[in-house]
Write a protein that binds this ligand. Structure first.
Ligand code: MEV
Length: 425
């Protein structure tokens, strides 16, 4: 029987659930119960979430945690993180505390420019097109005035735009490349509206506008985060050797893309968690960051480290187009709460906090990888998740945690120990 449906979006939530569970589940009652279990009893709150997207059926919980003890440019922060991976918040908290007694994190904004492009096809003479563009440029700007009014009052808006000839890359392809300052908003809607207004004014019968859209590649919306301390303050034993190993790990990520991707994934563990907690667009951030990591033609480490005159320095420049107004930032009650927890930062401040969380995460991963190995800490935290799947009693849980304190943890080992324990009863 066909499962293709017309008018699904017009059904009520209950009708959607009924149709879906009846058509796609062996046990529709159980599926319905699972979906309903996550409904919020607060009707207003539920309706707010329902309206974020189309066809909302339920809510999908992610843990909302916090990593305290971050010192960033001398100011103390507890950083909100939304993430499902058990070790991420623990690692961030540990590293935040570690650096809090070593001068904390230092951050700075390198640039905040965002980009949008109007892509179009033109078969005529390139000089003629340039002439037309130069002539109409003030008119194009005027076409955006009503959209940019508020942004201009906040010293943002369109920075500049230029005609780019891309016909060497693709026949007849040109673009208007527009740069923006969107102040405290991420600016996607603002940029796209400006671009569409410009394109509308620019179009001619011999100019075929293909599309007008912001770019999530933001190499000029860049923030730096760094830490430094005497090498000898880094590790209790053999500090120099371990610091060198740490740097080697980064050098490896610089030349080996297989490693670089995992290395940067560790950074994104911290970045995405803050981006999500503050209601920002993590897909945009992910896309932009990874493109930046391959800007030299090879995918490389985003972070860097060196030892100079006995001082260990670890830093990262990362593109982060974030907002603290607009989008979900003030609409989602928990995103709003996150921003309040961070003392209602500007977009630039949020970029700095988020970059710090990424650098902290990378520090935690590299330190573990080059010393004890990652599994020791990781599996210790994962042990709880394994035990949960076993239906163990509180007493059994305490026993298993104690038993695995000094042993290698694996899913199999825990299940075996649990079975052995049960069979002895
Ligand atoms: C796991 O989520 C992240 C790490 O793999 C990062 C890394 O290898 O650097 C531990």
């Amino acid at each position: 029987m066909s499962k293709i449906i017309t008018g699904f979006s017009k059904m009520t939530k209950q009708e959607k659930i009924d149709w879906l569970t009846d058509n796609f589940f062996i046990n529709p009652i159980r599926a319905k119960e699972t979906l309903q279990q996550y409904f919020n009893e607060d009707r207003v709150l539920q309706e707010l979430h329902d309206d974020f997207i189309e066809n909302t059926l339920s809510n999908f919980y992610m843990p909302y945690g916090v990593a305290p003890n971050f010192v960033i440019n001398g100011k103390d922060y507890a950083v909100p993180m939304v993430v499902e991976e058990s070790s991420v918040v623990a690692a961030a908290s540990l590293v935040a505390k570690f650096w809090s007694s070593r001068g904390g994190f230092k951050t700075s904004i390198i640039s905040t420019t965002k980009v949008g492009q109007i892509h179009f096809m033109y078969k005529g003479d390139a000089d003629g097109l340039q002439f037309y563009f130069d002539k109409i440029k003030p008119q194009l700007l005027r076409a955006t005035e009503s959209i940019t009014k508020n942004m201009r009052q906040r010293s943002g808006g369109i920075i500049d735009f230029e005609l780019r000839n891309k016909t060497k890359e693709l026949a007849n392809y040109y673009q208007i490349h527009v740069t923006f300052n969107t102040q405290d908003s991420m600016g996607a809607n603002f940029i796209n509206s400006c671009l569409e207004a410009i394109a509308d004014e620019f179009k001619r019968s011999d100019i075929e506008i293909v599309m007008s859209i912001l770019s999530n590649y933001v190499p000029e919306c860049l923030v730096r985060a760094e830490v430094s301390c005497p090498v000898t303050d880094l590790y209790e034993k053999d500090a120099k050797r371990y610091a060198k190993k740490f740097i080697q790990a980064i050098n490896i990520a610089d030349v080996e893309p297989y490693r670089a991707v995992t290395h940067n994934k560790g950074i994104m563990n911290g970045i995405d968690a803050v981006v999500l907690a503050t209601g920002n667009d993590f897909r945009a951030v992910e896309a932009g960051v990874h493109a930046f990591a391959s800007r030299d033609g090879q995918y490389k480490s985003l972070s860097h480290a060196e030892i100079k005159d006995g001082i260990f320095k670890f830093w990262m420049d990362i593109p982060l187009a974030l907002g603290t107004v607009g989008g979900l930032t003030k609409l989602h009650p928990l995103a709003k709460l996150s921003l309040e927890l961070l003392d209602n930062p500007s977009a630039e401040e949020l970029m700095q906090i988020t970059a710090t969380a990424g650098l902290a995460q990378n520090f935690a991963a590299l330190r573990a990888l080059t010393t004890t190995g990652i599994q020791k800490g990781h599996m210790k935290l994962h042990l709880n998740n394994i035990i949960k799947q076993l239906d163990a009693s509180e007493k059994e849980k305490v026993f298993l945690i104690k038993y695995f304190e000094n042993k290698t943890i694996s899913h199999n080992a825990v299940v075996e120990k649990y079975r052995e324990m049960r069979s002895r009863k």
